[in-house]
Design a protein around this ligand. Structure first.
Ligand SMILES: [Zn+2]
Length: 699
């Protein structure tokens, strides 16, 4: 049914009166007490209580209120569990909707996240706050997933950071949440700059607000900041914006000596000799850098727990200023039209010091033992509110790696191995070939490169000379792909324990990308494997997943041509999309480990020098992206190690802690390992793989 196009006169009058009223002049920290409702953690919406997060008064009042006109934008960097999104983003929205109407653009990290937020967080606020609810249009079509149009005509647009979403329209307010989970550059430059441009015509009455925990790594680990207020250099994101602003830190006053300081995670002390993270975290305390008095988080100070006591009396101090014992600020504040705030983990209301230390100590242990520093990066960013410095690979070089070659036999399975993975790269151009690498993995994912070879020669005979050399052409000939079955998937290696037994390759991964025709041939090959019941042994992979996406994502690209597509929406061939940068971080860390142990990689003596140049052919840039040192460098060796890490991740082998417990049969000791067999006298070394029975379609 079409809605009537003529509204009743009295309802028009009512809608217009709201437009004529002056917008509230109240500061946001005051207004929020009346209009903002927040999730109490259990899904219940309760009125906003500034006394829980007193440090939010500063940023809130620079966003909305009499103070706000001095600033073009407000930047808030800080850890999770500070209440920063509720106070800044939801607070601004509640105020704008109910008291200071103006078209508003809200930007979340992805379209999916934006819609999710719209349906949960925002919907709850719209229902819970009576003043907000009253401002909504009664027409259902004015309240959809990407737009809300208020009774007075104000537009609230819910967007994600694509250039198209951020182009052209004019808004009075722009709010950005989780800024560091957005791309540093969406193709048109920094998201912040594009979004801020939308408010230009509104001048000083506009609001541009971005908040996030830091997500970009430190680009120069040797950098020494001129003051604690300066954030280290990062490739983009919230701390880069923070540095452009007046750089405020939250200062606490020592209850003992009355001096001020702004504590970071680095100021916390705990028993680092204690190996158990849970026990270590119980010893955490904070010393005053001026008088040395040590405080515990919940130690009572004049009837209040320490953290609450100092948070309630804390003051945001811009760079260039200091506080005296009476809390009077002096000095020359850094000139900027951006009010920028950086909160650190120790003052976060909803996260204890004990949790901070426990998470750090746990992640540090994993990083030290395995070289996987992802969990460490997450806790530094999200819990401590600080940027992360990844371990550098500069301390290894091709010669150093090559010097690690040792006598571990020629193309044999080390006696400590549990399973074999093969990875394949497709090379195009004049020198077309497949490059194959086989890696043996043992307890703790200690590994050895046990084979490396190329498949160059096709079985297709030449017309003039059936025995002549014909080069493989992966983009054209299906029969060339079939060589992979015999030469890789069916291959097995002698176990170096004198028993005469052999071990087969458990899983094979292969690049699905290449010159023209390769992708199509790769898919066709997988379909033939499926007919043979061998497809479970073979993974097609593809690099280049977006930053922030999972390590490995199973996709079904739409690869059927229009003619033979029936009802299928997506394709039938699984292709695993790899977050190559993360996988290469892990591969690189494993190569950096010098002593034998978890994730250490051994190299046999027979590997050529060129192999080690391949391992060192890529460098990690400031934004965490791995790229070739020179365009002509060969990087197969490194790529193929990274593919195996993708497969280990798919098999969840990277999550195994207890290697002596019951593991899948392919990971068992040789005596009970499903991939180990003893060839009988005279038997061909190549054996048949048992095809997996295909499940019958039930639909
Ligand atoms: Zn003190």
């Amino acid at each position: 049914m079409i809605e009537p196009r003529y509204a009743r006169a009295e309802s028009i009058l009512k809608d217009t009166i709201a437009l004529l009223l002056p917008p509230s002049r109240m500061a946001l920290s005051e207004s929020a007490k009346e209009v903002l409702y927040v999730n109490n953690g259990g899904g219940n919406m309760i009125p906003f209580d500034l006394t829980l997060t007193p440090y939010m008064k500063g940023p809130m009042d620079c966003a909305i209120g009499p103070e706000a006109r001095k600033y073009s934008s407000v930047i808030f960097a800080g850890p999770a569990r500070t209440g920063k999104t509720a106070a800044n983003i939801m607070g601004s929205l509640a105020h704008i909707i109910s008291r200071a109407p103006g078209d508003t653009l809200f930007v979340h990290m992805t379209q999916k996240k934006a819609q999710e937020w719209r349906k949960t967080e925002l919907e709850r606020l719209l229902r819970a706050s009576p003043e907000v609810r009253a401002a909504l249009s009664p027409r259902p079509r004015d309240n959809n997933v990407s737009e809300i149009i208020l009774r007075n005509g104000t537009l609230i647009k819910i967007a994600h950071p694509s250039p198209a979403e951020l182009a052209s329209s004019t808004f009075k307010n722009v709010l950005m949440t989780d800024y560091d989970r957005m791309p540093a550059d969406n193709g048109e430059g920094a998201v912040f700059d594009q979004a801020a441009k939308r408010t230009q015509t509104y001048g000083s009455s506009s609001l541009v607000l971005a908040e996030s925990s830091p997500g970009f790594d430190i680009t120069d680990p040797t950098f020494v900041p001129a003051s604690p207020h300066e954030a280290p250099p990062v490739a983009g994101g919230i701390l880069a914006l923070y540095n452009q602003g007046d750089r405020r830190l939250y200062y606490w006053q020592c209850p003992d000596c009355g001096e001020w300081h702004s504590p970071t995670f680095a100021d916390l002390l705990w028993d680092t000799e204690e190996r158990d993270p849970a026990k270590a975290s119980k010893t955490v305390e904070l010393p005053c850098p001026h008088c040395g008095t040590v405080f515990q988080e919940n130690q009572m100070i004049k009837g209040e727990p320490f953290k609450r006591y100092v948070n309630n009396r804390g003051i945001w101090v811009p760079e260039g200023c200091q506080l005296d014992q009476n809390g009077v600020m002096t000095g020359d504040r850094r000139e900027s039209t951006i009010a920028s705030f950086w909160q650190h983990g120790p003052s976060a209301t909803f996260q204890t010091w004990r949790q901070l230390v426990f998470k750090y100590a746990t992640a540090k242990k994993v990083s030290d033992e395995t070289g996987d520093f992802e969990a460490l990066r997450v806790t530094v960013n999200v819990d401590q509110g600080r940027p992360f410095t990844p371990p550098r690979s500069a301390d290894r070089d091709p010669a150093g790696l090559a010097a690690r070659r040792e006598d571990i036999g020629v193309k044999v399975v080390p006696d400590w191995a549990r399973f074999l993975l093969a990875s394949i790269d497709v090379q195009g151009g004049k020198n077309r070939r497949w490059v194959v690498q086989v890696q043996a993995f043992g307890k703790g994912l200690r590994s050895a490169i046990i084979d490396r070879f190329e498949i160059v020669r096709s079985r297709r005979g030449r017309e003039d000379d059936p025995k002549g050399f014909v080069r493989v052409h992966p983009g054209v000939y299906a029969e060339d792909w079939d060589l992979l079955i015999e030469k890789v998937m069916y291959k097995s290696y002698l176990i170096d324990d004198g028993s005469g037994r052999q071990m087969g390759i458990y899983r094979t991964s292969c690049d699905s990308n290449g010159e023209d025709g390769v992708t199509d041939q790769a898919y066709q090959f997988w379909r033939r494997l499926k007919k043979m019941g061998l497809h479970h042994k073979f993974f097609l992979v593809k690099g280049g997943a977006r930053k922030g996406s999972p390590m490995v994502t199973k996709t079904f690209p739409d690869n059927t041509s229009r003619n033979d597509r029936k009802v299928k929406v997506s394709g039938d061939v699984p292709v695993y999309l790899l977050q190559s940068d993360k996988l290469k971080d892990i591969a690189s860390a494993s190569l950096n480990r010098l002593d034998v142990g978890p994730r250490h990689v051994s190299f046999p003596e027979w590997l050529p020098e060129s192999f080690f140049s391949e391992l060192m052919s890529e460098e990690r840039d400031a934004s965490g992206h791995w790229d070739k040192i020179s365009p002509s460098a060969s990087n197969e060796g490194f790529d193929l190690v990274a593919y195996n890490w993708a497969v280990l991740h798919m098999l969840k082998a990277d999550k195994i802690v207890e290697w002596d417990s019951k593991l899948p049969a392919y990971m068992a000791d040789f005596d009970s390992n499903a991939e180990v067999f003893k060839p009988t006298e005279g038997e061909e070394e190549v054996r048949e793989i048992k095809p997996r029975r295909r499940r019958r379609r039930t639909t």
